[in-house]
Design a protein around this ligand. Structure first.
Ligand code: ZN
Length: 148
């Protein structure tokens, strides 16, 4: 088990766009393992690579639905509906805010074996995917909070 250091709001790496992963090699697999460990250690439901200082399109998510998602190059290809709920972020520990997200999203990503996988997500999982994909484009939830 290896933990990575979290980056926090104000760190400019969180505002940069992450690069696509060209090859799923051992370095990417180690990054995924470390991100899962770091996510659990900090009681998070999701983590994106820029949050541990790596500008690659890699995301981990566990919303307690029985799966640990390890996503490489995730893309949202379909979205519908709307949900408004409180959101937080391990990189913005002192804040929470209402954010509107789609209720349903379909995402495609590459898994650790290099296979293209699609996931149809609803509710919290849909929210987590949107939040983490935002990180890969340098967007934080505080950019999207609704006026109370
Ligand atoms: Zn976050």
């Amino acid at each position: 088990m290896a933990l990575r250091n979290l980056r926090y709001e104000g760190d400019e790496i969180l505002r940069k766009k992450s690069r696509e992963v060209a090859v799923v090699d051992n370095k990417i697999k180690t990054l995924l393992d470390d991100m899962v460990d770091t996510m659990y250690e900090n009681d998070g439901v999701g983590l994106a690579a820029p949050q541990v200082g790596i500008l690659k399109r890699v995301v981990t998510i566990d919303v307690d639905d029985g799966n640990v998602y390890r996503m490489i190059n995730p893309r949202i290809i379909k979205q519908s509906g709307e949900q408004k709920d409180q959101e937080g972020c391990l990189s913005v520990p002192e804040k929470k805010g209402m954010v509107a997200r789609p209720m349903n999203v379909t995402a495609v990503y590459t898994d650790e074996e290099g296979n293209e996988v699609a996931v149809e997500a609803e509710g919290l999982l849909a929210r987590a995917i949107c939040h983490e994909v935002d990180h890969l484009d340098g967007i934080l939830f505080v950019d999207r909070t609704l006026e109370e």
